[in-house]
Design a protein around this ligand. Structure first.
Ligand code: ZN
Length: 101
């Protein structure tokens, strides 16, 4: 998967288009990512003990990586991800500045 945990991404689709945020977790098997503050869902929690109140908790939900673009940490532009295999090792590179990311 081209987007990893800890990357900064830019939303390019949906109602949160234009938002920049950090990837909290990747799910490579499904090509899903969990992003801080994006795709917030409300979870209604029931009281577990007597005297406790039910709560509405807001948590981010995972979504498909096709909705985002990676923001390059070197040139800080939204970019596509490429791979450089010329040195024998697979390196992830920015298609704009060709720096290893
Ligand atoms: Zn770059």
């Amino acid at each position: 998967m081209k987007i990893h945990q800890g990357d900064t991404i830019l939303m390019i689709k949906g109602k949160e288009k234009g938002k920049k945020a950090k990837v909290l977790r990747g799910f490579p098997a499904k090509s899903f990512i969990l992003v801080d503050g994006v795709n917030i869902k409300k979870i209604h929690k029931r009281p577990k003990k007597e005297g406790e109140k039910g709560q509405v908790v807001e948590v981010p939900a995972p979504f498909n990586i096709s909705k985002v673009k990676l923001v390059c940490p070197k040139c800080s532009k939204p970019t596509r991800v490429g791979y450089d295999i010329t040195t024998g090792k697979k390196k992830r590179i920015c298609q704009k500045c060709k720096a290893e990311i």
